[in-house]
Ligand binder design. Structure first.
Ligand code: CA
Ligand code: CA
Ligand code: CA
Ligand code: CA
Length: 380
């Protein structure tokens, strides 16, 4: 028995030495990741325990939050039981686990909602469950990319929670040039390790750690992600990702990522032509053999206003924030044309198409051509 113990200790020491040594590639020890479902059981317990034993000590006028442990004998109301900021949760599917992610909405915000593939500006503080801080943006607006496939993505939990909030309104610059925002979304999210760094954390964060982020969502930048270029930049198909959220749930998922989503529920998939590529990554959303990019591009000499190469999703007005630019676009992405046939004596076909009429660009609820499987062919 003693002998066994001795070997066991020796083995552990050996692993520790090997994983610290970078002398030789052969020395790299690959530690298999823990089972996600098992780890989540433990994380869920830890987070719920945290929510029941900590309280919101302060929320300042600027939505800086202080959370503290309820002292022994303390009468403070726990985060779990308090009612001023009702504890909310959202079910998140990842690694075949349905995570219940808790968050607090201190204020929703009054601007736009990001989708889970947009880039955002946010200020944040990251704490462990012992309320010790491990990261912060120092009260400044950090540029963060919610796109989990970006070169420098945020952890998965951010993209899952941010679409529940709205950005703020950008104020006129101060005299010293600094920018401030008002009416921004503010909240706190309590992330299980599976939606955080899991088994591969950066230095200073232990593996399998639950994370608490308080944040202010200040601004966003819409993404459009279909085409990857060698420099890891992406060029889109002209339709911003958030408008490729066909089921309107605020979220996009790539079902081809079977490592992350082994059995992605159908109701989470936005894939118009059902070819296995979600619309926000698909060059040809309706699968008609014509790329969306060219279907929604304005033809040369088209009698339309606006500065963009592509039709906007819907007609848009001028942006009052940019007095020197007229963004007005009176026509949005058209539906399949409904006007007169080029040759009325013959049936409609790819060589005898109908003319566009103004309503084709403006009618609310129209099926836009990049999503219309019947365009440009007449199917009889
Ligand atoms: Ca797109
Ligand atoms: Ca969706
Ligand atoms: Ca598709
Ligand atoms: Ca198409």
């Amino acid at each position: 028995m003693n002998k066994f113990k001795y070997y066991f200790v020796l083995l552990l020491a050996g692993i520790a030495i090997v994983s610290c040594s970078k002398k030789d590639d052969d020395d790299v020890v690959v530690v298999p990741l823990r089972d996600y479902a098992e780890q989540y059981k433990a994380d869920k317990d830890s987070i719920e325990q945290y929510l029941k034993t900590n309280f919101i000590e302060e929320v300042t006028a600027d939505f800086d939050v202080k959370i503290s442990k309820i002292p022994t004998g303390g009468t403070q109301t726990s985060i779990w039981d308090q009612t001023e900021y009702p504890l909310q949760h959202r079910d998140v599917y990842s690694h075949d686990v349905t995570y219940r992610v808790y968050y607090l909405k201190l204020r929703e915000g009054s601007g736009d909602k990001p989708c889970n593939f947009d880039a955002i500006k946010a200020s944040y503080v990251g704490n462990f469950l012992n309320n010790k801080q491990f990261d912060s943006s120092y009260g400044l607006a950090a540029d963060l990319d919610l796109n989990i496939y970006a070169a420098r993505p945020t952890i998965d939990g951010w993209g899952e929670i941010m679409p529940q909030f709205r950005t703020g309104i950008k104020n006129a610059p101060n005299d010293d040039g600094t920018i401030t925002y008002s009416d921004y979304g503010a909240g706190v999210m309590f992330l299980p390790s599976g939606l955080g760094y899991y088994g591969n954390p950066p230095e200073g964060i232990p593996s399998y750690t639950c994370l608490v982020f308080s944040f202010k969502l200040l601004a966003l930048k819409r993404s459009d992600l279909e085409y990857s270029t060698s420099s890891q930049a992406t060029v889109g198909d002209g339709v911003p990702s958030y408008l490729e959220d066909i089921n309107g749930d605020g979220y996009l998922y790539d079902q081809r990522d079977t490592a992350r989503y082994p059995n992605l529920p159908k109701e989470l998939i936005d894939d118009t032509d059902g070819d296995g590529i979600p619309d926000f990554m698909d060059f040809d959303d309706d699968g008609d053999g014509y790329t969306t990019r060219f279907e929604i591009e304005k033809p040369v000499g088209a009698p339309v206003t606006g500065i963009s190469l592509y039709y906007p999703f819907d007609p848009i007005g001028d942006n009052p924030d940019t007095p020197n630019v007229d963004e007005t676009e009176i026509w949005g992405i058209p539906r399949r044309p409904t006007g007169e046939l080029a040759d009325p004596s013959k049936p409609e076909s790819i060589t005898n198409s109908r003319k566009y009429v103004p309503e084709d660009y403006t009618t609310p609820g129209r099926l836009r051509i990049h999503l219309d499987k019947s365009y440009p062919y007449q199917k009889n």
